[in-house]
Design a protein around this ligand. Structure first.
Ligand code: PLP
Length: 376
């Protein structure tokens, strides 16, 4: 089987599995316990926090563990609003965990403003800036799109937002950019940055949120006061230890340059097929995601045929596959006939050039098969 849906989730790395097993069987103590084993368990949390803080270039006390990036995003959108007069802005390219949460906040009475996308998939910064006023509490813009891999220039956006209203807080969903783009939160200039473990070789169910020490945000989940009173609930020590191991493993085994070569190779091959277009081809994109459209084909049929042939590829965001259509591609004004045939290939450090060539042959054959059926 050739697995090319790594933006949906990744195989848990061996290093992360070892860390999970060790934490589950041996270092299983409650990190809040005051006896020696509990104190040791707490040290393991500090190591993981340091691994993320080092990646983000921030202080350890600015990192909070959550259950997933959906929780991190919900935390920010639920707790960053200052008063009922506050409005907030998201880009039209957000993942459902921001987009749907924003709709829920709107239903609670906060004014939601949505900044449109340009046709290349980045947020339209000028239009976003025009939406900011003195009551804008928060701006949330995704770093790398889960649908297209298109990368927003978060540093430039945050700078422009702050120069229009220095009090506006800036959040970025960094899930698809985590370890894949520059994650220095000081360079990005964000107040909040969300990440998830299962996109980089950690198990599902562990996420984190960077909260700048300069900004005040209330806790979203309250209770026993863990995470410095900011996120209650006994820490997921197995997940956290695995996340720390996965980060180290990813950094030592995944070459961003090699991944870019794989995606370049796949895209060059795909473009030899009639009616194929790469989405966001002319803009900065993560090398980890290729979104392409096949004119006149139904993506779900190609995806199923490829899966029957042992090649797993994605079709837009797996998290929102139950919803009809593709909101982000529609926002880019891609015609429906192309959106119907939109597929997503996403890579990991364990993919090889041979896999790319074999997967391409299978994808091409299935496109031809489908077209043949249609004509015949
Ligand atoms: N944000 C983006 C950009 C994603 O791609 C995903 C998952 O696909 C999420 C948020 C949600 O992450 P989690 O599964 O950790 O809740």
């Amino acid at each position: 089987m050739i697995y090319l849906d790594n933006a949906a989730t990744t195989r848990v790395s061996d290093a992360a599995v070892d860390a999970m097993v060790r934490t589950a069987k041996e270092d299983f103590y409650n990190p809040s316990a005051t006896y020696k084993s509990g104190i040791e368990a707490k040290k393991a949390l500090s190591l993981a926090r340091k691994a993320i803080a080092d990646t983000f270039g921030c202080a350890e006390k600015e990192i909070f563990f959550t259950s997933c990036a959906t929780e991190s995003n919900n935390w920010v959108l639920n707790c960053a609003m200052k008063s009922k007069k506050s409005n907030f802005i998201i880009s039209a390219g957000e993942h459902a965990s921001v987009y749907e949460c924003a709709q829920a906040q709107k239903n609670k009475g906060y004014e939601l403003r949505i900044a449109p996308l340009t046709s290349n998939g980045t947020v339209d910064t000028e239009k976003l800036l025009a939406l900011i006023d003195e009551n804008t509490a928060l701006v949330s813009v995704i770093h790398a799109s889960n649908e297209t891999g298109v990368v927003n220039d978060i540093a430039a956006i945050a700078r422009a937002v702050k120069s229009k209203n220095p009090k506006t807080l800036v959040h970025s969903d960094g899930v698809q950019a985590f370890l894949k783009c520059s994650n220095s939160v000081r360079t990005l200039g964000v107040d909040f940055y969300s990440v998830s473990g299962h996109k980089i070789g950690a198990p599902k169910g562990i996420g984190a949120l960077f909260v700048s020490s300069k900004c005040n945000i209330s806790p979203y989940i309250v209770g026993g006061g863990q995470e410095n009173g900011m996120r209650s609930g006994t820490e997921n020590t197995t997940g956290i230890a695995a996340l720390s191991a996965a980060i180290a493993d990813f950094k030592s085994t995944t070459s961003l340059q090699s991944i870019r070569q794989l995606s370049d190779e796949m895209e060059q091959l795909l473009l030899t097929v009639d009616g194929v277009q790469i989405v966001g081809a002319d803009t900065a994109r993560s090398g980890f995601i290729t979104c392409f459209t096949v004119e006149g084909c139904k993506a779900e049929i190609i995806q199923t045929l490829c899966s029957d042939d042992g090649v797993i590829i994605g079709r837009g965001s797996a998290c929102s596959s139950k919803r009809a259509g593709n909101r982000v591609l529609s926002e880019m004004k891609i015609p429906q006939s192309r959106i119907d045939g939109a597929l997503r290939i996403s890579y990991s450090g364990s993919n090889t050039s041979d896999e790319i060539k074999s997967a391409f042959e299978i994808i091409k054959n299935n496109i031809n098969k489908m077209r043949g059926k249609r004509i015949g």
